[in-house]
Design a protein around this ligand. Structure first.
Ligand code: ADP
Ligand code: ZN
Length: 431
């Protein structure tokens, strides 16, 4: 079994807790002394740096939310002088105004190190050719994996996203062995490979590191098949530096969180109460090593579960389950909570592609749910009404509400090269 940093990744749990406590105490004092915004939040809650003696005291600290980041935009949460910062990244703005994050050189090193752990866990070594087709630029995906790939010593192909037939040409000509991109783009690359008349035997890929958006287990299997690879999940957000906060190992059973840098908690999104291990709730991170843009108890809005159960890979790092999506991805339709990922699961299980579009509207004071999904290739048109009915009933079984399913022609739904947009909620446009 190969690890990037065995000492940390397989550290005794007690020792890890001590390391976290020591770093947390220092970080809290650092932000209290250097960031007026945090000092105010802590003062308002009546917490002093001296009250935080270790991880057990974490719950005493105030939360930080995306609203705080927007309010403090751009420099309000900086903990180092700008002259010590070497880079800025920004969120993709999926859910509103962008936020910006700052990095010192140490921050970049830490982040790339986390990505190197992910690449190593996916089997990457200096003999690999790593094709990075996450977007480069303000988005963190490209540079994060690029840096990690350099650290591991892979031959790095900084493709960025887009121009899919060129991606495949380079993948073939330069014998790429590891692919890094969003899962929706990986699915598109797989589809294009087949359209170009190739099979997985015509490429050298062995692994893919996919993240930046929610994806289901069914989607994983479908990508693995179309590209002939093992697909690994990777998680992160701009605020916490980027991808690499957590990464999957060969067990493909949850992502190991890089706890030497990030302390996770799961809270009840309504009450803010910390929930016991194994309970589903909102993921909260405290960064204990980041210098320029530290986060204390940052509410990610991602809904998931943590487990400390021993992992067969030997890593002792806590694992997070695949996030179901953000609390703000959740649709409330006729009073029922619906995650797009639940619909995706049914579609792929029933033999459809992950190309779909969910449309929600309100007609005569009642919510409507329409799902457009592409006809499977080679399916007969005569079957369409039957298929639509059957799919609607399978979805109803899972969601408890009836959708209207529309089979649309193959390739008619726009493919994603980055984060896929799969929901149009027209109710928001009426408001
Ligand atoms: P934005 O919030 O604008 O999308 P980011 O690019 O920083 O900005 O995206 C971070 C978010 O992407 C996370 O909070 C999470 O919702 C989602 N995400 C990242 N990686 C994964 C993953 N592996 N699985 C599910 N969701 C993910
Ligand atoms: Zn593991």
């Amino acid at each position: 079994m190969a690890y990037w940093n065995e000492e940390i990744e397989c550290m005794d749990r007690e020792k890890m807790r001590e390391l976290q406590s020591e770093r947390l105490v220092k970080k809290v004092k650092d932000v209290y002394d250097n960031v007026p915004y945090y000092r105010d939040l802590m003062d308002k809650k009546g917490v002093k740096p001296e009250d935080i003696k270790g991880v057990d005291d974490l719950h005493k600290l105030p939360f930080l939310s995306k609203a705080d980041l927007r309010e403090a935009y751009p420099y309000g949460l900086l903990a180092r002088p700008l002259s010590d910062c070497v880079r800025i990244h920004s969120t993709s703005g999926t859910t509103g105004k962008r936020v910006v994050a700052f990095y010192t050189q140490n921050d970049i090193d830490m982040w790339e190190d986390c990505c190197a752990r992910a690449i190593t866990a996916a089997g990457g070594t200096k003999d690999d050719v790593c094709q990075v087709c996450y977007g480069y630029g303000l988005f963190t995906g490209g540079s994060g994996l690029n840096g990690g790939s350099h650290k591991v010593g892979c031959l790095t192909l900084p493709m960025s996203s887009g121009n899919t037939s060129r991606q495949i040409q380079f993948m073939r000509d330069l014998n790429a062995t590891i692919l890094c991109c969003t899962p929706s783009y990986a699915a598109y690359i797989g589809e294009t490979l087949h359209d170009m008349g190739y099979t997985p035997d015509d490429i050298q890929l062995k692994a893919g590191i996919f993240g930046a958006e929610p994806w289901t287990e069914e989607m994983r299997r479908s990508i693995e098949k179309s590209l002939g690879i093992k697909a690994y999940d990777i998680y992160g957000l701009t605020e916490t530096s980027g991808p690499g906060v957590a990464f999957e190992c060969c067990e493909q059973h949850g992502m190991h969180i890089n706890e030497d840098n990030f302390i996770p908690e799961i809270i009840d999104p309504d009450t803010g109460e910390v929930l016991p291990e194994g309970t589903k709730g909102e993921l909260v991170f405290t960064s204990i090593t980041k210098e320029a843009f530290p986060l204390l108890r940052y509410r990610t809005r991602d809904i998931c579960v943590l487990t400390r159960e021993k992992c067969a890979c030997g890593r002792t790092l806590i694992r997070m389950a695949k996030p179901m999506g953000r609390s703000d991805d959740m649709l409330i339709i006729r009073g029922v909570n619906v995650f797009p990922s639940q619909i995706e699961t049914v579609l792929i299980e029933q033999g459809y592609t992950p190309n779909y579009m969910i449309e929600v509207d309100r007609v005569n004071n009642s919510d409507t749910l329409d799902i457009n999904v592409e006809v499977p290739e080679g399916a007969s048109e005569i079957d369409t009404p039957h298929r639509e009915k059957q799919l609607a009933s399978a979805i109803k079984t899972i969601l408890g509400i009836s959708p209207k399913v529309h089979l649309v022609p193959t390739k008619s739904i726009t493919r994603s090269e980055g984060k896929a947009v799969r929901v149009i909620d027209r109710r928001k446009l009426h408001d």
